[in-house]
Design a protein around this ligand. Structure first.
Ligand code: HEM
Length: 460
């Protein structure tokens, strides 16, 4: 049969599209290529082929788990240096520890179970509120830094019973710095030729040192639990002491460490990025901000958030969905077909070939969202419109068996944080002319986005 060739930018002989991807901000390159080539294109970097898809239709097609599996491609391979066969980077089903960890942990990540940790989440957010109140209206806030403090302390406390106390120190916790640097370098390494990588001696030494810092932390957390036995059924406890019902097996200590680092990474970067984007979009769209504040004031007044308030503010939920549509903080994922196949009715894809799902662009598909797809409009997520979307039009948490395990956790944490913040402060951009720029590590977040938090005069 005749297949249509997948569009591809012209390349340099022998090197292919080596300069097509900006290693500092890959998602920007992908976005520009998507605008140029449309729903699908192929890059060829020194013989490595990479198919990228950008439409809802193709995303829907590759979200068929009988035909496609999650592939651990270049970036994730680098992450395996710290995350090994942990949930995010495991090659499942071959690596059996994925199934064991998945079955042990799934029950505590349902919406019904994450309710139990709402108070701990509120505890950490209250530390941010206290800090902003004490620093006052003139203090310039590094939005991404303070939200990282919230999400990292939250995952550590709720999943591991361990307090990092990031709000009680001037600088970021050494673990936060090591992780951020590790992620940044991992992303770069993923798109660099090994021969070039080998010459970066200083970077490589720092990369090793960051991994040491991370593993030392994971060990300390495990040792502390051994020294202080408890029957807490949290991520740490279930992984250290739980037995998988299906196989009767427990996780080896090394895999527990990989998973602790996985949760520290996956459980904080994406959620903090989401909070920064949400604040950015709200401040750029004052009408939306006003509507959200009215909703929070009328539903909540000034009383603290409780689990009974979860999912009770439809406009807030719409703001969160729209934020993750335009800014899916895990902006891409990779799949591959089990067998030679054809996608889009005409494009041949060989068995095991990498298909990058560019979620950032799939969720801007004009066929789904219309000509104003680039605009921030929470209204398009309201009144049953979200539920009526074609399947997989919105896929910020991934898909199927390898979808995000922390979706309900993140959803709850974001609600608690946003509600509590807007109950206490009027936020303003420190520089009202700020134009969105992004920074990419494993996830994306706004770059150099500073705000000020003005305590509200009229308590609701
Ligand atoms: C997987 C997004 C928060 C833990 C994923 C995937 C996406 C995603 C898209 C699938 C990746 C792939 O297919 O390769 C997000 C977003 C979040 C968020 C947008 C916040 C807004 C969290 C939180 C946790 C978490 C809070 C932990 C508490 C994980 C884990 C996996 C994962 C462990 C791997 C699951 C597996 O393959 O078994 N996430 N995530 N994530 N996420 Fe999240």
């Amino acid at each position: 049969t005749q297949h249509t060739p997948i569009p591809s930018p012209p390349g340099v002989p022998g090197l292919g599209n080596i300069d097509a991807i900006d290693s500092d901000l890959p998602i920007k390159s992908l976005h520009e290529l998507a605008q140029k080539y449309g729903a699908i294109y192929e890059l060829n970097v020194m013989g490595n082929k990479m198919i990228v898809i950008n439409s809802r239709d193709l995303l829907n097609e590759v979200s068929d788990e009988t035909r496609f599996y999650k592939k651990i491609a270049a970036n994730s391979n680098q992450l395996r240096n710290a995350a090994g066969d942990g949930l995010f980077t495991a090659r499942a089903p071959e690596e059996k520890n994925w199934g064991i960890a998945h079955r042990l942990l799934m029950p505590i990540f349902t919406p019904g179970s994450v309710c139990n940790i709402a108070d701990d989440m509120l505890d950490i957010v209250s530390q941010l509120v206290l800090k902003w109140e004490r620093f006052g209206a003139k203090a310039v806030i590094d939005t991404a830094e303070d939200f990282s403090r919230v999400t990292l302390d939250t995952i550590c406390l709720t999943a591991m019973g361990y307090r990092l106390n990031s709000f009680y120190r001037e600088d970021l916790h050494p673990l936060a710095v090591a992780m951020a640097d590790f992620l940044l370098v991992s992303t770069k390494r993923g798109s660099r030729p090994p021969a070039v990588q080998a010459t970066l001696v200083v970077e490589n030494a720092k990369y090793e040192a960051d991994q040491k810092t991370m593993f030392a932390m994971a060990e300390e957390i495990m040792n502390e639990r051994r020294a202080n036995p408890t029957d807490r059924q949290d991520v740490l406890g279930l992984m250290m002491y739980g037995k998988d019902k299906e196989t009767g097996l427990s996780l080896p200590d090394k895999t527990v460490q990989y998973n602790l680092l996985t949760f520290l990474i996956a459980g904080h970067e994406t959620t903090s990025g989401m909070l920064v984007f949400a604040v950015y979009y709200l401040l750029k769209n004052p009408d939306t901000m006003r509507k959200l504040r009215d909703e929070i004031d009328s539903v909540m007044g000034s009383r603290p958030f409780t689990t009974a308030d979860m999912n009770c503010m439809p406009y807030l939920i719409a703001v969160m969905r729209e934020t993750l549509r335009l800014a899916p903080t895990a902006p891409a994922r990779t799949v591959a077909p089990f067998e030679d196949t054809v996608i889009g009715g005409k494009y041949f894809v060989a068995k095991d070939a990498s298909i990058t799902v560019d979620t950032f662009d799939c969720q801007r598909d004009r066929e789904v969202w219309g000509p104003d797809a680039e605009e921030f409009k929470p209204e398009r997520m309201l009144d049953g419109k979200f539920e009526a979307l074609p399947s997989n039009a919105w896929q910020a948490f991934g898909f199927g068996m390898r979808a995000c395990i922390g979706g309900a956790f993140a959803w709850q944490e974001a609600q608690i944080a946003l509600v509590t913040i807007f109950q206490h402060f009027d936020l303003v951009m420190n520089d009202p002319t700020y134009v969105l720029q992004m920074k990419q590590t494993l996830s994306i977040k706004p770059k150099d986005f500073f705000i000020r938090a003005i305590p509200r005069k009229t308590s609701p």
